[in-house]
Design a protein around this ligand. Structure first.
Ligand SMILES: CC(C)(COP(=O)(O)OP(=O)(O)OC[C@H]1O[C@@H](n2cnc3c(N)ncnc32)[C@H](O)[C@@H]1OP(=O)(O)O)[C@@H](O)C(=O)NCCC(=O)NCCS
Ligand SMILES: CC(=O)OC[C@H](N)C(=O)O
Length: 191
């Protein structure tokens, strides 16, 4: 997909906060430069990487390294601080809410989460280690996730409990709208 099309999808996902929209577009451009095979693009784009590092990472505290692989339609919700290890892989249309950390289990330890498509992560979560989060997963606010979560699950808490399954009806462009329209089918989670 072209950079322009990716940016269009990112902008569409971040209508809630202009700050989030700016961050995601800046990330997308910086990521494109950082991973470019062209030395010319990497050299000419170097100042943009530094601007991203200073303004987005240091000043706004949205610590998503520009090397991190993230699919299109990343939604940063309110645009609050997050920390994501650069080894993390994030799929398409993921909602990453404020004050969440995604990373490894310790200094110099390898193994960061791989997150699928259409995943919604609640505020104040911690996802650590060599784990996989399947497609269409909802992780509740304040969860500590140290184990993989299968696709189509709702999970929350510390220790984490898988409490239901996500069933999405129809196809809607904006992920957060889609999440609101979903039905959760399980014991106490019938919506
Ligand atoms: C996980 C979640 C999607 C479940 O929503 P829901 O289906 O409407 O769940 P309910 O409110 O019916 O709660 C069902 C039970 O789970 C508990 N529960 C819900 N979310 C929880 C969470 N994140 N952590 C711990 N327990 C939770 C409720 O207290 C309730 O317990 P009870 O049966 O003992 O009363 C939602 O609670 C959540 O955490 N969303 C994240 C949203 C977010 O981050 N918002 C920030 C906005 S800025
Ligand atoms: C991004 C967005 O829709 O935010 C609304 C709400 N605070 C939430 O996080 O779901």
């Amino acid at each position: 997909m072209s950079l322009l099309n990716a940016i269009k999808l990112d902008l569409r996902a971040n209508t809630y906060s202009k700050k989030a929209a700016i961050v995601v577009v800046m990330y997308r451009i910086a990521n494109h430069i950082a991973l470019s095979r062209s030395a010319v693009i990497r050299i000419l784009g170097y100042p943009i990487l530094k601007i991203y590092q200073v303004f987005i990472v240091w000043l706004w505290g949205i610590d998503i390294p520009y090397f991190t692989k993230i699919g299109v339609g990343l939604n940063l919700g309110h645009g609050g601080a997050v920390v994501v290890n650069s080894d993390t892989v994030i799929g398409d249309r993921v909602l990453l809410r404020q004050f969440t950390t995604i990373g490894n289990k310790g200094l110099n330890m390898s193994g960061s989460p791989v997150i699928g498509n259409d995943v919604e992560i609640g505020a104040n979560c911690v996802l650590i280690g060599d784990i996989t989060i399947g497609n269409n997963v909802i992780i509740g606010a304040g969860s500590v996730v140290t184990k993989s979560i299968p696709a189509d699950s709702v999970a929350y808490g510390n220790p984490l409990k898988i409490t239901g399954r996500t069933v999405f009806g129809g196809s809607k462009p904006a992920h957060h709208k889609r999440a609101r329209n979903m039905q959760m089918v399980t014991g106490n989670l019938v919506a």
